[in-house]
Design a binder for this molecule. Structure first.
Ligand code: DI6
Ligand code: FE
Length: 416
């Protein structure tokens, strides 16, 4: 909680944002009332009806937003933003009939991005990822999760995570890093998956964590990824170090990864196209978030829709993210994911908005982010040039973000 000033005293470094309409969580329809919002330091110090701020918050610095709609800053809670190269050739192969799994088994897929990422120097990776990050920021994104997982050796995983940290220093955006060493089996470990998991758990994870590069740990639990037993070893190694865990689960088949992740108190299970009732129930009991990735579903031309109704019935919060990656979701628009979640998954606009704000924050453990606009929470918000909140899920292209504020300071301003 912020230190609040005495009534009547002008708080130090206070900014009053006037005449905004904050889209409330769960917004369905209707006019959003006008309000004012005071920021002190990095956080929201006061929020209430327009014109009603106590005298102490009538600060020197005021910004009148003229009735613009405001949401919490958007949060992209699952990305592989840092990677070398692109895989348009594989896209063409899949259009000609090859499956994602076929390509992976023939040495393409994730491993082809591993080759490109190993070959790229740190500055090249940084510059390429920066462009993608800026595209997201232009849509009101103020926080992002970035995974490693295209290195699959200590040096390259370190290089990826260092780039992720540098991105958070180069731009006013909150970056949460995730170590995904168990993303695929590197070619030099062919036939020795358990030995590779040893390396992930006993060498890579401790070293990268000691260097302060790891905020959470993820694993790709899948037929073409790692087995339940191997995934569990990664979760054990992470939880032994007190790190938060999450899991790519039930994307291409039902393996029981979500229920396993629940046993380790994971923040989220992600993808979940094949999630079953037992998995959803376990997720609910563990207080997990379901992170759905409509870009991957769309780009793989998947037809197995994630079980939205099941998640609703069990009350599992749903987050949405780009999954930005070169193989299955070359997407740098979080707003397009809202549109896809509504059209392809039949989510409501309200669910989609919550999915990139409050529930996305939950999927990151609410560390440094909140996804909610309330007193004491980080002053992270996006200002939109739209008439209805539904427009956020409606337009396909033409971002309508006027500006974003992150930790109280302007983080992006449109030049349109
Ligand atoms: N699931 C995905 O959709 C991405 N990773 C994963 O575990 C795909 C990564 C890729 O194909 O490069
Ligand atoms: Fe992913």
């Amino acid at each position: 909680m912020p230190h609040l000033p005495e009534p009547g005293a002008r708080p130090h470094g206070c900014v009053l944002w006037k005449n905004l309409r904050i889209v409330p969580p769960g917004w369905r329809s209707g006019l959003v009332p006008l309000c004012d919002l005071a920021v002190e330091g990095l956080r929201i110090a006061w929020l209430g009806a327009a014109g009603q701020a106590p005298a102490g918050f009538q600060a020197a610095l005021q910004h009148d937003l003229g009735g613009a709609l405001v949401t919490p800053g958007l949060i992209d809670c699952h990305t592989h933003l840092v990677h070398g190269g692109q895989r348009a050739n594989e896209f063409a192969l899949r259009l000609a009939g090859a499956s994602y799994e076929d390509i992976a088994r023939q040495g393409g897929g994730i491993v082809s991005s591993v080759r490109a990422t190993r070959a790229a120097d740190e500055d090249t990776l940084f510059q390429q990822a920066l462009k993608r990050l800026d595209a997201l920021r232009a849509e009101g994104v103020t926080a992002i999760e970035i995974k490693s997982g295209y290195g699959l050796d200590l040096d390259t995983e370190r290089k990826m995570l260092r780039v992720a940290r540098r991105l958070g220093e180069a731009r006013p955006v909150t970056v949460r890093t995730t170590f995904l060493g168990a993303h695929a089996l590197p070619p030099e470990y062919a036939g020795r998956a358990d030995d590779y998991i040893d390396l992930v758990c006993n060498v890579m994870l401790p070293a990268l964590d000691d260097e302060g590069l790891v905020d959470a740990v993820d694993v790709f639990c899948e037929g073409i990824g790692f087995s339940l037993a191997q995934s569990e070893r990664v979760l054990q190694a992470a939880t032994r170090r007190g790190l938060a865990v999450k899991m790519h689960a039930e994307q291409l088949s039902l393996m029981g990864g979500a229920a396993l992740a629940a046993r380790y108190g994971a923040l989220s299970a992600d993808h979940l196209e094949w999630l079953d009732d037992a998995g959803a129930q376990a997720m609910r009991q563990a207080g997990m978030v379901a992170v759905l990735l409509p870009g991957a579903y769309y780009f793989l031309r998947d037809t197995h829709v994630p079980p939205i109704e099941l998640l609703r019935r069990h009350g599992v919060p749903i987050a949405l993210a780009t999954d930005c990656n070169p193989g299955t979701s070359p997407a740098t628009s979080l707003l397009l994911m809202l549109n896809m979640a509504c059209t392809l998954f039949r989510m409501t606009v309200a669910e989609a908005l919550d999915g990139v704000t409050c529930h996305a924050a939950d999927a990151l453990g609410c560390v440094g982010v909140s996804g909610r606009l309330a007193v004491g929470h980080p002053a992270d918000f996006a200002v939109w040039d739209i008439d209805s909140p539904a427009e956020l899920a409606y337009w396909m292209g033409l971002p309508r973000c006027r500006m974003s504020v992150r930790q109280g300071s302007i983080a992006f301003q449109s030049t349109r």
